[in-house]
Design a protein. Structure first.
Length: 413
């Protein structure tokens, strides 16, 4: 009996190490996930990673979380495809999930926005447009392509995918200083809870991405939750890109095609307003691919005569003066912007419906007449409307060149 006990005692270390060195199929899948991030196998036993994984597991069992993500199902395949095109590990899908829960309207108090939470400066660096009409950080396709380019550049700089992910969060410069201070780029060292080589947010960030990826390979959890439903349901769906002319109303597109307005808006959060920006060549938007055929059959550009511009109020502006500038009655501007008063604030934004096809009516408020402003001369007015000074004098019975502020100058008969 003593001999058997002694034999088992001597054998126990080998049994222990056998359990560590020959993991189950589930553990092998987990290790494979870590390897896609260039993370060492042993990190699977990181206690904070384990705690976070279990915490997220409990959180994601709650139905309301998946309801919040449900709007995103349609563009998850597009994210996967773009990552593949740029040779980014498919597990980086979970970086977007960690950043925004796949909400393309997500906005942080640090001014980061969109699926990939781009800051304005980084977004512009990768060609995303941000102006009065669009914020392409919220464009699911363009922002994902920008994120893929950014991640490839970070990987090229640091040589490991987990470093690229950390740099995405805290910045390349911050990570470079951390590696220099730690004298290594080994993950366990960089995540040291006492040394604080990288910010706490980044230490938790990389673990969150890994936890989300690991949950996607937890068969038991997938059976018990809607996690797989959200991530895989989208395989039957995708986006289609369609081109619309400037000023087109999303409401009109919806009424013509039968695509719910709410669906169009959710897929196109990059649009700040419910109309296509007044860019000369129009603008592309996204619709569900399953609706593309019907869109092509039913959609015809709107015969509406308006294109919409966003005007920022300047010093001295009034609704009447803005209306004269665009040939729109001030009451229309009030109604269109739900204004209850004609008082305006400096830099206030107004949406102006400008006539597009309709020939300008000849009336005293537009090209027929011009109201003289401070600093105007007959010469400056003649240049503006491409008529001679002599023409203005003749048509306005002027003997000299003196004009007064507020005076009406006839431009055309």
């Amino acid at each position: 009996m003593k001999k058997i006990f002694l034999f088992l005692l001597l054998l126990s270390p080998y049994i222990l190490f056998a359990n560590l060195n020959y993991p189950s199929n589930s553990s092998k899948r987990d290790v494979a996930i870590l390897n896609t991030f260039d993370v060492d196998d042993s990190f699977i036993y990181d206690p904070i990673l384990t705690k976070m994984r279990n915490s997220l597991k409990e959180r994601y069992k709650k139905k309301h979380f998946f309801q919040a993500m449900d709007d995103a199902y349609i563009f998850i395949p597009a994210i996967k495809n773009i990552l593949a095109q740029y040779n980014i590990p498919k597990t980086f899908l979970y970086l977007a999930m960690a950043e925004s829960n796949f909400q393309n309207s997500a906005y942080s108090n640090k001014r980061a926005s969109g699926l990939w939470q781009f800051m304005p400066s980084t977004a512009r660096l990768y060609g995303l447009k941000i102006d009065d009409y669009v914020d392409e950080r919220r464009d699911p396709i363009k922002s994902t392509k920008a994120a893929a380019k950014h991640l490839k550049n970070l990987y090229k700089r640091f040589g490991k995918w987990y470093l690229a992910a950390i740099a995405y969060n805290c910045g390349g410069g911050r990570l470079s200083r951390a590696i220099k201070k730690a004298k290594t780029d080994e993950l366990r060292v960089l995540l040291d809870e006492k040394k604080h080589y990288i910010p706490k947010e980044s230490r938790l960030y990389i673990r969150k991405i890994l936890s989300l990826a690991l949950l996607a390979n937890d068969e038991q959890f997938l059976v018990q939750s809607e996690y797989a439903y959200i991530l895989n349901r989208a395989n039957a769906y995708s986006l289609a890109t369609v081109h619309l002319p400037k000023g087109e109303s999303l409401q009109y597109v919806s009424s013509q095609t039968g695509i719910p307005l709410n669906t169009i808006k959710k897929l196109n959060r990059q649009l700040k307003y419910n109309f296509i920006p007044p860019y000369r060549n129009g603008y592309d938007i996204y619709i569900p691919y399953v609706t593309l055929s019907e869109f092509k059959q039913k959609y015809k550009p709107s015969p509406a005569r308006n294109v919409y511009v966003v005007y920022r109020v300047k010093r001295g502006d009034t609704l009447s003066s803005i209306g004269r500038r665009y040939g729109v009655k001030y009451k229309v501007i009030m109604d269109f912007n739900n204004l209850h008063s004609s008082r305006l604030k400096l830099k206030q934004k107004l949406i102006i419906p400008v006539e597009r096809y309709k020939k300008r009516r000849k009336n005293k408020n537009y090209h027929n007449y011009y109201i003289v402003k401070k600093g105007d001369t007959l010469e400056s007015i003649s240049k503006k409307y491409k008529v001679s000074v002599a023409y203005l004098k003749t048509h306005n019975n002027l003997k000299g060149s003196l004009i007064k502020i507020g005076e009406k100058i006839k431009i055309h008969d």
